[in-house]
Write a protein that binds this ligand. Structure first.
Ligand code: NAD
Ligand code: ZN
Length: 252
């Protein structure tokens, strides 16, 4: 499949000093990591909203920990796909680039992205619910039950933002600044309904960015973006990078 890349997008990229991408679970779908709307096999009978919150964790820490342990295994066995790699290339081509992600899977960093704002934390890290101490996986016993902190005995939780929790202030500030500065802003594989992340493309638009959405389906952003490209991120983004490179080299 060859995705059509509009002249408007190519021209916007060519003159962009600053650009950013907001990514959601959809960018990792082609790496085999299910979005929350996908089939979770063994975990089918639970809704993510019922597991990814602090009340669920305090009520049944072992169940929540086991769900994260399962997700960590899936993530560990997978790797970045062509869409993650295309963003690494855009970072090299555009002077000021920020990758803003709602994903917790660490795949942008594993692909080689450098300037990353992780809005929802990172599943590869943990911290103590009581004293806040960081507890990396390699210091914890490898079992499905929720581990306890070696310093204070408190419960250890994954370093992810749960439903009802605030976003890390530094990541949010970085993301908002990037959205304000952006000449081009991508929204990729996100259903654009989880706030405040979903406000970023709108902030970018208000500050003059050309807003491009890449998604398998229409979303609430679709009518507001300058352009929506329907399709798989792993197919579309590499084509955008290729056309942009050609244009930069004077062949486009
Ligand atoms: P979401 O709301 O961002 O929905 C996924 C979106 O991606 C949908 O709009 C879907 O149409 C689109 N999509 C699916 N496959 C795609 C592809 N190949 N190319 C382009 N678009 C594609 O995500 P969610 O699953 O509802 O999750 C809500 C929250 O949980 C978010 O913070 C999300 O990032 C997080 N989450 C993270 C991971 C991860 O770290 N990989 C996995 C599941 C959920
Ligand atoms: Zn502790």
């Amino acid at each position: 499949m060859t995705a059509e890349v509009s002249d408007a997008l190519l021209n916007a990229l060519k003159s962009a000093q600053s650009a950013a991408a907001l990514t959601g679970a959809g960018i990792s779908a082609e790496s085999g990591i299910e979005t929350f709307r996908g089939e979770n096999g063994l975990w089918n009978r639970f809704k993510p909203e019922e597991l990814a919150n602090v009340d669920a964790f305090l009520r049944n820490p072992d169940l929540v920990w086991a769900w994260y342990a399962y997700r960590k295994r899936v993530i560990h066995q997978s790797g970045p796909n062509a869409a993650h790699r295309a963003l690494v290339e855009l970072e090299a081509l555009i002077p000021d680039w920020t990758t803003i992600t709602q994903n917790v899977d660490d795949l942008h960093r594993r692909a080689g992205s450098r300037n990353v704002a992780e809005l929802h934390g990172n599943i590869t890290r943990n911290y103590c619910y009581e004293c806040g101490a960081r507890c990396d996986d390699d210091t914890l016993p490898e079992e499905n039950n929720a581990p306890h902190c070696s310093k204070c005995g408190g419960l250890v939780r994954p370093d992810v933002v749960w439903f009802g929790e605030l976003l890390p202030a530094d990541a949010w500030e970085k993301a908002e600044d990037a959205a304000r500065r952006a000449d081009v802003f991508f929204s990729i594989g996100t259903s654009a309904v989880v706030y405040p992340a979903a406000s970023l493309p709108l902030i970018a638009k208000r500050h003059g960015a050309y807003v491009v959405e890449v998604n398998m389906d229409a979303t609430p952003l679709t009518g507001l973006a300058d352009e929506t490209i329907i399709g798989a991120a792993g197919e579309i983004l590499p084509v955008i990078v290729d056309k942009f490179r050609e244009m930069k080299a004077g062949r486009g």
